[in-house]
Design a protein around this ligand. Structure first.
Ligand code: ZN
Length: 456
């Protein structure tokens, strides 16, 4: 079904992909990958996307040049759990002409000017009749808001409050050249086949029009992750989903209930390009491995971050974490939705997103994958008193001098807690050491037959 980037992956020894990711993080060409993500965002920015329609399809075609995508079309009217796939929305143009005949609001200038999912309309009306159809943000008078009307049929325009205030009385001519017709809802996925059928889900929404941080930063990061992970030989299979928000994830889950049961860990990607610190929203379970993995990574990032509990609001984690699924899916963002002034306005433009922030977000996601790939439980094969590390050359096995103490501590912790009950991540947490140090210690000890990886 899904477009796959490689055949069944070779069965790798535990944590081999973790070592690949570590090397990749060390060698990452930050300038290049930052520019690549920005180039994708820049190309997608002008397109008028929505939860259905040509703009969404065109966007997925462009993303499909970064990684091959399997595109699914689900007909309007299809029942998906308690919802119905809506009619397809398409728009060719929209404008408002003022009393003197000049165009004062124009979709061609910015697709935010049209109420997303606006029904078609043509007519003449006075300013007071027009005003209920105009949306603005009095508290941010220079910005154009992003508004939608998916499930209630109406037409409208979005303007800056400054412009709204300056509109002259008189007769206005309005055209919304849109259509709401039976068609289909589009979503796309890319599967990286790993050694096991257990899946890691990475999901982003791609239904917003010209907005950068909320939507396009997540799309660019998800596509980049898919490309990077596709070059690894992972233990997990990775499913990357590009969906219209809410209705897209509901539709995917309705059509893939059995598949969803394979999801072991997941992250919803959004708002990953602003300057704010990383924020992790835990899964509904709250203590899933993904929760521990992300919190560990953020704790060792050297950067400010925050962690919050699950709430049934936000992005598509709401659907993945609905009680009938209760998947171990959290959401890793920078500044969360609604908590930056540019959110859902024309201020969320290309200048709002920074390459450095995108790249740092990419690193955090890869570090989380490193933990998930490398995590496991080991058994100390020489558990009666400490084995002698020096005579096995283990003091020189890892790192340079500067890491000697960390390396030694990591080995002592791994030996002591490898009783079959502690994962490497749990050991890293107790030892207050970065995961990779603990994992590398385990690999070195295993090579000297002091440790055995437990199955699973
Ligand atoms: Zn949004």
């Amino acid at each position: 079904m899904a477009e796959t980037s490689r055949g069944a992956g070779d069965r790798m020894p535990g944590g081999a992909a973790a070592a690949e990711i570590r090397r990749l993080l060390q060698d990452l060409d930050e300038t290049r990958v930052g520019e690549e993500m920005r180039a994708l965002i820049t190309e997608l920015f002008p397109i008028c996307r929505s939860i259905t329609g040509a703009g969404l399809r065109q966007s997925l075609r462009i993303v499909g040049r970064v990684v091959p995508l399997a595109v699914t079309e689900v007909p309007s009217g299809t029942a998906v759990f308690d919802w119905v796939v809506p009619r397809e929305w398409n728009i060719r143009g929209a404008w408002v002409k003022g009393p003197s005949g000049e165009i004062v609001i124009d979709f061609q200038r910015s697709n935010l000017h049209v109420l997303n999912y606006s029904s078609p309309f043509r007519g003449r009306l006075g300013l007071e009749e027009l005003k209920p159809h105009l949306h603005s943000l009095p508290e941010r008078p220079s910005l154009v808001p992003y508004r939608t009307s998916y499930y209630k049929e109406s037409w409208g325009f979005c303007v800056s409050h400054d412009q709204l205030e300056a509109l002259e009385p008189g007769e206005y001519e309005v055209l919304v050249d849109s259509s709401l017709e039976d068609g289909s809802l589009t979503y796309a996925e890319h599967l990286v086949q790993g050694a096991t059928e257990d899946e890691i889900l990475v999901s982003c929404h791609c239904c917003h029009p010209s907005l950068c941080n909320d939507n396009l930063s997540g799309v660019a990061l998800t596509a980049t992750l898919a490309r990077v992970v596709g070059a690894l030989r992972p233990r997990y299979s990775y499913r990357f989903l590009f969906l219209p928000g809410t209705i897209g994830s509901i539709t995917w889950l309705a059509r893939n209930e059995a598949q969803a049961l394979r999801i072991r860990h997941g992250l919803v990607v959004a708002c990953v390009g602003d300057r704010g610190p990383m924020t992790y929203k835990r899964s509904r379970r709250g203590d899933a491995e993904i929760d521990h993995a992300v919190e560990h990574v953020l704790g060792h990032s050297g950067q400010r971050f925050s962690v919050r509990d699950f709430s049934p609001y936000g992005y598509d984690e709401r659907q993945y974490c609905s009680p009938g699924f209760d998947l171990a899916v959290g959401s890793l963002t920078r500044t969360p939705h609604g908590e930056y002034p540019e959110y859902h306005t024309s201020g969320d433009d290309l200048s709002f997103v920074e390459n450095a922030a995108l790249v740092e977000s990419l690193r955090r996601y890869l570090e989380v994958f490193e933990v998930l790939e490398g995590n496991g439980t080991y058994l100390n094969l020489s558990p009666k008193c400490e084995p002698q590390l020096g005579k096995r050359g283990l003091y020189d096995a890892l790192g340079g001098r500067s890491h000697a103490m960390e390396t030694q501590m990591a080995m002592l912790w791994v030996l002591n807690l490898s009783d079959g009950r502690h994962t490497l991540l749990a050991i890293a947490e107790k030892a207050k050491l970065p995961f990779h140090a603990v994992r590398e210690a385990a690999v070195a000890l295993e090579a000297k037959n002091l440790l055995r990886r437990e199955p699973g």
